[in-house]
Design a protein around this ligand. Structure first.
Ligand code: SGN
Ligand code: CA
Length: 532
């Protein structure tokens, strides 16, 4: 062979070798589909075994992958939870302590780092933070809380209205993006549903089934908050007292008037009128067909109802609508899993299902979240990744939303920045190790504000929980989750728990130090909040 030909041949081999290297390396990096709904309590995922509803598609992730029994958030509120998930840093470090505070998009987040490493990234659905999302090739987010019917979306910065039901529209956008992506690159898709957020408006196809059902009542529906401190007693999230009649329970304002229920008793007529106003004639017809008879029935029964009857009735109304909205979320997960399967993506894609926090479904008589008590602290978490996670895995480790960013970076082989405070749980879920943190740290700030849940922070181990409420009180609570799983009795001043109390205080101080939190921070965020 002539020297020139040899050089040509050798360089062709070199180029081919390099291309092979790239192709072989890149597609083997796992794809990530991170599915997050809004306010979806684990009690309403059937894989968790509460018997409230059926979520066959979400449950598939537990069957084919792992279910986390004790996954928690670090701050049980929408936007702060999202900020923690993106940055891998606690609220007092990433700055988004409550729904009002500004989120600084210029700080590092895991999609940015994945994108720099060659991933295609997209954010589709609810984000609940101002400013154009950073770290994404494509973003289609709803402004603020989003609207259930015929929602508005901001697509790469440009707002438009899309016809349809929000949960389905979000799924359509997610599947369209997947279809149009560059198939030679790995991808990370954040697919975020608004549902089942208040005011719990279901897809019309789910009205008939869900409004007919009767749901089991939680043991603590009639909680009178004895045995706990001021915070539980003064919170405004009781189903009987604090839910809106029109906006939430879907009783017509005219009927409220007729029954003599004063508007001061929280109608939220404006929300009711706004929601109805967004429907097209077909959606409205389906709505009337279901909610007219409910109104008629209520009208007949109201005069003879006791307070207890009313609580029971409102709880059922709440569950009917809430679980109805969950049904469309589950349909969306089904469509996503089917898409992955049809396109040969099941093996190499990590699929996560979680929520931005948990939610009270009548426990303690409540709706909403915010508290460090179990139902809002814990969040559903299911993960499927056939390459590393065995079907039917159950994980009890104390993982948090703080850990998502480092975990995803770990899977993608991207270095985890030192500033990230979470830990990768990749080896935990692969059951290669059981070693993980022995206590989680929690903070909550949005007070005084809607639902009036006082500022607090605390820690939880596998058995105990210590909480400090501050600002306009200075109260400590200690719970023994083994003996008192419903958290009905604060044992902070019980002499039998003196030793536990000491150990928990030590752990709390250690964690505040480790994560760089302090009373100074607490005071700083109070000042910042009051300035607004
Ligand atoms: C709205 C809801 C509240 C809810 C907050 C925060 N009221 O204000 O019930 O706690 O959002 O929710 S509503 O009548 O307007 O729906 S979060 O999930 O965004 O943090
Ligand atoms: Ca939420």
């Amino acid at each position: 062979m002539k020297p020139l030909l040899i050089i040509l041949f050798a360089s062709m081999l070199f180029i081919a070798g390099n291309a092979q290297y790239n192709n072989a390396n890149q597609p083997s990096r796992p794809n990530i589909v991170y599915i997050m709904s809004d306010d979806h309590g684990y009690q309403a995922v059937s894989a968790y075994g509460y018997g409230l509803n059926k979520t066959p598609n979400i449950d598939r992730l537990a069957k084919e992958g792992a279910l986390f029994t004790t996954a928690t958030v670090t701050n049980s509120l929408c936007a702060p939870s999202r900020a923690v998930m993106l940055t891998g840093k606690h609220s007092f470090v990433n700055g988004k302590v409550d729904n009002e505070a500004r989120f600084d998009w210029s700080q590092d987040n895991f999609p940015k780092l994945l994108r720099n490493a060659g991933y295609q990234t997209a954010l589709i659905g609810k984000i609940h933070m101002d400013g154009l999302p950073q770290g994404f090739d494509y973003s289609a987010v709803m402004p603020d809380q989003g609207e259930y019917y015929n929602p508005d979306f901001i697509i790469n910065g440009v707002e438009e209205q899309i016809k349809g039901y929000i949960t389905d529209v979000t799924t359509d956008l997610a599947l369209n993006w997947l279809d149009g992506r560059d198939k030679n690159k790995p991808f990370c898709l954040l697919y975020h549903q608004k549902a089942p957020h208040r005011e719990w408006l279901a897809a019309t196809r789910h009205f008939p089934e869900y409004t007919k059902n009767t749901y089991p009542e939680p043991a603590t529906l009639f909680d009178n908050y004895d045995g706990r401190g001021t915070a539980a007693q003064t919170a405004e999230m009781n189903i009987l007292k604090d839910m809106n009649w029109a906006g939430d329970s879907k009783i017509k304002p005219e009927l409220m008037d007729e029954l003599g229920i004063p508007e001061t008793l929280k109608w939220d007529k404006a929300a009711y009128i706004k929601n109805l106003g967004r429907m097209d004639p077909e959606q409205r017809k389906a709505w009337d067909a279901v909610y007219d008879p409910i109104n008629e029935d209520f009208k007949k029964r109201y005069a003879s109802m006791s307070k207890e009857d009313l609580m029971r009735w409102r709880y059922q109304r709440y569950m009917q609508d809430y679980l109805g909205t969950v049904a469309a979320v589950d349909d969306g997960v089904g469509r996503m899993l089917d898409y992955l399967e049809k396109n040969g993506l099941t093996e190499n894609t990590i699929v996560v299902y979680t929520s931005d926090q948990g939610f009270y479904l009548g426990e303690h008589g409540w709706f909403d979240k915010r508290f460090m008590y179990e139902e809002s602290l814990r969040t559903p978490l299911l993960i499927r990744y056939p390459k590393e996670i065995k079907p039917g895995t159950k994980i009890n480790s104390l993982v948090q939303n703080l850990d998502f960013a480092p975990t995803f970076l770990d899977y993608a082989g991207v270095a985890i920045p030192k500033e990230m405070q979470g830990e990768s749980f990749r080896n935990v879920v692969a059951e290669k190790t059981k070693k993980f943190r022995d206590a989680i740290y929690y903070t909550y700030y949005e007070y005084p504000s809607i639902h009036m849940v006082k500022r607090h922070y605390g820690i939880r181990t596998d058995r105990y929980k210590l909480i400090h409420f501050y600002y306009d009180v200075d109260e400590w609570e200690l719970y023994d989750l083994q003996k008192d799983p419903h958290e009905m009795k604060n044992v902070y001043n019980d002499p039998a728990y003196l030793k536990v109390r000491k150990t928990m205080h030590k752990k709390l101080s250690a964690l505040r130090k480790k994560y760089k939190d302090s009373d100074n921070n607490d005071q700083k965020f109070i000042k910042q909040f009051l300035k607004k």
